[in-house]
Design a protein around this ligand. Sequence first.
Ligand SMILES: [Zn+2]
Ligand SMILES: [Zn+2]
Length: 87
Amino acid sequence: MAEAPIDPVDIHDYAAAHKVLNPRGPRRCFCGRYLFYSSICGHLYQDYPLKCGSTTSKSGKTGFCSIPAPQHHMEGRVNLACAQCRV
Ligand SMILES: [Zn+2]
Ligand SMILES: [Zn+2]
């Protein structure tokens, strides 16, 4: 059965529930760009950065453990068209 489309406000929760381990990061690292596509037009809806918190950049913010960050294509689709198709 196909998964129900994701509401944009639930993108963070979906990514957090579908973490993909990064083979180049420290143990249990799930850093990466989680790519969400639209269920309406099929285009990329959002490129959501998720960080495991093991790495802190010079500016004091949480950073990716490996650069470039791995890209994870999410199975779940967002229930809105992408920004280009919405105008
Ligand atoms: Zn990490
Ligand atoms: Zn589109």
